[in-house]
Design a protein around this ligand. Structure first.
Ligand code: SF4
Ligand code: SF4
Length: 412
């Protein structure tokens, strides 16, 4: 007879994805895949670093063994398990390359495919509910709920970038517009990344797009809480945002942050029914096509970093590349698209394990340097931030830019 663990009663979130959590066959594909034709040389960004002990729990197979131990009652939730599961960026690499996760012959109770990200996030939610959240994450999520941003800043600072524009933009709090530009906390509050918000607003203004922003009243999308397992905090901000959008009659949201995009599009579920969610590159690719907008070719050779939340999590690989093909010369990195190495920041790793985030970032920057290009492009302010840290740590001369900055140049 199956043993019942002391904590099984607390595995309320993991229980909802129980069949998926038990489906790993321990083949090890998620540790050493090799598929050069698809740009796949390794998968787990954590396992690839020298930061961790480099044994089973530091890639998906080991994590799945622990999950079985918890479900079958051989293990209980504890601090060590928390430390292990939070040393994962939730990049989704293991999920994409697990043959079992995409096996049509396996029936899961709640969904078609086994989602490693969903399973790991469920365990994190149980860890938080059992009191095993990382202290740094708990403080971040508390700030997110109380201050409406996880950076522990006065939310008024979210309007600072707007004062750098020499044109007026609509205030979503009181003015109606076709599009809400959802800036996201990182681009709004990190001075060196405000260029993303400024360039996006300038592009929209140049194109005559009718848009508004909430400025100081923009509420964090809740991504940080969802990824780190604080579902109570996530639900609180998600409900606030959904109410705000409904009150203001928002019908279309465009965001330049891959994390906000994934969260609003996937994690909000029915809350945003009837609202179209687009990433800036997705919106602009279609806009340029429909309106036949001429773009200048810039004298630039660049390489592109696929943000996990845009690529593996949503499958948006072509839109940024289609725009880049028109305005620059793109040289792909050794790993790209589905196989792209994560930047290292996601899943709460930047906050919980900054040195691990930096090591992963340095590995990604080395790949960018191998292309021989001098410009690294991304489409996510959070990737921008961590990759910039990697460039600095390596003392490299590669320039970090967001695609919107190049688009703005190609429009002038
Ligand atoms: S997660 Fe998938 S790829 Fe990794 S060991 Fe399990 S079955 Fe194999
Ligand atoms: S989600 Fe990414 S970081 Fe986490 S175990 Fe899978 S490959 Fe490694």
């Amino acid at each position: 007879m199956r043993k019942v663990s002391e904590t099984e009663g607390n595995l309320t979130n993991l229980t909802t994805v129980r069949s998926a959590a038990l489906s790993c066959i321990h083949c090890g594909q998620c540790r050493v895949p090799h598929w050069p034709a698809k740009g796949i040389y390794y998968v787990c960004p954590v396992y690839k670093t020298e930061y961790t002990a480099k044994f089973e729990p530091f890639f998906a197979r080991g994590k799945n063994i622990i999950l079985k131990g918890l479900i079958w009652g051989d293990l209980s939730l504890n601090k060590e398990i928390s430390e292990i599961f939070y040393q994962c960026t939730l990049c989704g690499g293991c999920e994409d390359f697990c043959h079992n996760a995409h096996n049509e012959n396996i029936e899961f109770a709640n969904h078609k495919w086994m989602s490693m990200v969903e399973v790991f996030e469920a365990l994190r939610a149980d860890l938080v509910e059992a009191g095993f959240a990382l202290e740094s994450h708990a403080a971040m999520n508390k700030a997110m709920v109380e201050l409406l941003n996880p950076y522990m800043q006065d939310n008024k600072n979210k309007a600072n970038w707007i004062s750098q524009l020499n044109f007026k933009i609509k205030d979503a709090n009181s003015e109606n517009a076709e599009i809400l530009y959802f800036v996201g906390c990182t681009a709004a509050l990190t001075p060196q990344i405000q260029t993303v918000a400024i360039a996006t607003a300038k592009i929209f203004n140049k194109l005559g797009v009718d848009f508004s922003v909430f400025g100081a009243n923009e509420i964090c999308c809740g991504s940080v809480a969802m990824r780190t397992g604080d579902r109570k905090a996530f639900n609180e901000v998600a409900d606030k945002n959904a109410k705000l959008f409904a009150e203001r009659g928002i019908k279309k949201i465009v965001t330049s942050c891959a994390g906000c995009y994934r969260t609003l599009k996937k994690d909000y579920g029915k809350r945003l029914e009837g609202i179209e969610i687009l990433h800036t590159v997705e919106f602009l690719e279609k806009y340029f096509e429909d309106s036949n907008i001429a773009l200048n070719k810039l004298d630039k050779i660049v390489t592109y970093h696929d943000p996990c939340h845009l690529g593996r999590h949503i499958g948006l690989y072509d839109a940024p590349r289609n725009i880049m093909k028109k305005i620059v010369t793109l040289v792909e990195m050794k790993t790209n698209r589905e196989g792209a190495l994560c930047c290292g920041a996601g899943g709460g790793v930047k906050k919980g394990f900054p040195n691990l985030a930096l090591e992963i970032s340095k590995n990604r920057i080395k790949e960018a340097e191998e292309t021989g290009t001098k410009t690294l492009v991304s489409t996510c302010p959070f990737c921008f931030r961590n990759l910039s840290d990697g460039i600095k740590a390596l003392g490299g001369d590669i320039e970090m830019v967001d695609l919107v900055e190049l688009i703005l140049k190609a429009l002038t």
